[in-house]
Write a protein that binds this ligand. Sequence first.
Ligand code: ARG
Ligand code: ASP
Length: 657
Amino acid sequence: MKMKKHILAAALLIAASQPLKADEGMWLPALISQRIGDMQAKGFQLSAEDIYSVNQASLKDAVVLFGSGCTGELVSDEGLLFTNHHCGYGYIQKHSSVEHDYLKDGFWALSRADELPNPGLTVRFLERMEDVTDIVLKGYKPARMSEDQRQALVKKNAARLREQAVKDGQGLKASVEALYYGNQYFLFVFREYRDVRLVGAPPSSIGKFGGETDNWMWPRHTGDFSIFRIYAGADNMPADYSPENVPYRPKKSLKISLAGVQEGDFTFVYGCPGSTQEYVHSEAVRYIQDVSDPEKIALRTTRLGIMKKYMDRSQAVRIQYSSKYAGVANAWKKWQGEEKGLRKNRIVPVKQDYEGRFEAWARGTRYEGLTGRLAAVYAARNPIYRAYEYYNETVRAIEKLQMARGRGGDLKDYYEPIDRETFVALMSAFDKALEDSYKPAYFIEKRALYGTMEAWRDAVFASETEAKELAQALEEHFQQNLVPQVSAFTASLNLLYRDYMQGQMEFEREKTFYPDANLTLRVAYGHVEGYRPADAIYYRPVSTLKGIMEKDNPDIFDYNIPQALRDIYAEGGHENQPVCFLATNHTTGGNSGSPVLNAQGNLIGINFDRVWEGTMSDLVFDPEICRNISLDVRYILFTIKEIGHADYLLEEMRFAE
Ligand code: ARG
Ligand code: ASP
């Protein structure tokens, strides 16, 4: 173990000292000193301590994990927070009705008393993070312990660390996360605030301008922001919602820069990327490209078609299903870009070639044969994993069956005709795609009994017992057969990847490694730059209000802007109002809402998306084509003033000279 750690440390150190060719990477803030030289060489003007410090207020204190999968940032000393409109969407929707449609019309709290509480919504500040590998692996005897024993040990040691870390209470939460497939472990200690109120949101015709049509695309003109405020007890500590609570006073809030961006400018993104798999085997990529993405895309095309049909007929249904639709459509479209990108860039053969070179190098070492063993596990896993994914995308996506198990949504947002049609479509797809061995006996019996999916559907929607029985039979089969098998495969893969990861670091000593994203706080840095999506096309990196007017069309839902915006534009002088910009920062899902900062650490934008041609960046980052999309902070200010008439919010913000 000592030996192995040594090699890993050496590999990490060598990797860290290399200049970056491209702007790939999501770096741990606590280790940013290893990258600060490169950042400064590229234009950054602050120090590592300004990014992350446990002794003094630093930029990390202005960044939060918003809800369970977005990022937000503090923009005033009174707890005011920016995140994306699509991150606040579910909450904005919950406060909406046909009479008060905040999704459609926007929402602006006129006073603190008007700010709307959101039960269940939390934000987490990172207090500290530290390498705890030695403590987590204390007592580990590689030669004498099985993987199961190692896992049990890790679990026990991590639990003790977490307990110690949160013993002061006061909203402290802790997690121990494996990095590099368990070659390294980090402890993260957070403080979680649970009274977070909605302060402002633009109408969806701004906040979601372009809708699903423009999602994952450039040129983009979405004003994707919403504003919340964190409340605390009188002691500034986390408290349950109470009208007595007061605005949270952050250790640090961001200054807003009005200077704007130019192509080539240094930028960095500070946030919580959710999940990437940059070091996986070619078979993992091949499965995603040839099986998983195409099949899931087809299933979601069906679901979306059904939802859309009913949403187009009724405004009430549109409100009920807008959030669900956006969620289903988002991954659906991303997978299409990802599949295309993987093929176009021939990632499978590129990885296979890499594996060939790796094996040639590994001959005679402890790494020999690893890539073949990984391929063998994938071959055995894939059919089962496919069934697992099918369950998730079909039977577990039928609301009736979810509700019959006491899960799933609010009845307020339920429209049965959609679900009835979805039931027939998804159950038929499930039945057709999977062999009977993947289905419970109950399913096979009832299928024979009812004869058609329509007849079965009528029975399920007419009888709670029938619904419950079916839901339980399917879920039981899923939990008892598929989940354990998938977990076992994941464990074998992780074990092999732990070695393969180390092997890759030794094989490519000149390469810069960073841990895959896992929703922990990271820094990505790069610069403002356009890209070439296809032959003969260059996309410039900045979009403007002029482009919104070019897209404006009252007959197309996604492009129908508020009349107020047309009127303002007609006054003249706003043609060049910046809206969005592109940069080369390496981001992924979870980075939505992340602050985009300039060389001085001031806020220039909010990250909200990536370009479609580059969505394969969760598997391979191509510096030529992978771009993150940010909302220019000046368009936020413009919208607050001109559309929301909520200028009073600007008074508490701070602006950089
Ligand atoms: N694609 C962005 C992300 O992955 C934005 C998603 C929300 N917007 C939408 N039109 N569905 O989250
Ligand atoms: N839109 C994504 C999010 O919600 C960001 C991305 O995938 O680039 O986090």
